[in-house]
Design a protein around this ligand. Sequence first.
Ligand code: NCD
Length: 327
Amino acid sequence: MRRSIGSKPAHAETPWRDKHLLGLEDLSRGEIESILDRAEHHANRSAQSREKSQALKGRIVFNLFFESSTRTRTSFSLAAKRLSADTQDFSPSGSSLSKGESFIDTARNLEAMGADILVVRHPTPGTPKLLAEHVASAVVNAGDGAHEHPTQALLDLLTIRRAKKTIEGLTVGLLGDIAHSRVARSNIWGLTKLGAKVILCGPPTLVPRGWERLGCEVAHHLDDVLPRCDVVNVLRIQFERQHAGLFPSIGEYSHFYMMTQERVKRARPDFLLLAPGPINRGVELTPEVADGRHSAILDQVSNGLAVRMAVLEMLTSHTGPARDGGE
Ligand code: NCD
């Protein structure tokens, strides 16, 4: 089986050592920091110039999204274009998957068209890993069920680091539907490796039991933990992944867990508010808070482009020379 970027050889820590990005669970602190450093470079460069990099000239990046997406799919496409790659969206509906063709055969056909990188979002956890074991292209996990969403966590980390200068020693609250959130899992791995304290806060039905063993504190009363948080990452209730009513009503959820102006007044004066999006105004946070001075929600989107450029570059350093002689 091919090693993923997350597997741990004994040698030096470098983010460029392997060809897939499947999750943050097995990445070292050094690898994560190197990706963030490269992303920081792209973020600074994009702020000064729209000139394209030639780093992925001659490369082909396919987006295979089996779940809805606005930010992730668009920013992977744009990141690839900013690096001069060709990009193609593969749409499962209307494809031969409906005629019984397997997922792996579909991916192999895309490879036969020259795909260098397959960016995959799928409702089933482990799908990107399965794909990585069966194709020669590099595979990026763009969200697999409730398992991992590594580039989202990387862009959250970059946003925190840019705003707070460091991640080490910060207290970060992950708020809401922890149980069904791949963003929560990837954030936990990334934040704890970089030395932050993580507090998981939500109703008992939405915070898995025993996650203290991941190095997190578990809390159910937002008003008690909010004053300790340097950062609050508001996670959406993942109704599409819930198979039973896990809280009495949206009104009750909002009463106890929605970020409101009243709560903001009791938070740290310099706390940073994150949300991966999509945001549901009036459910997880009020419009005033979403658009307020603590919110870095749109910075996250900008930083997402920089992170995805860094990741695509990293992966192509392992896929051999481009066919047309580009880098
Ligand atoms: C997240 C996702 O799809 O996992 N969104 C995103 O990628 N920007 C979070 C969510 O859907 O709530």
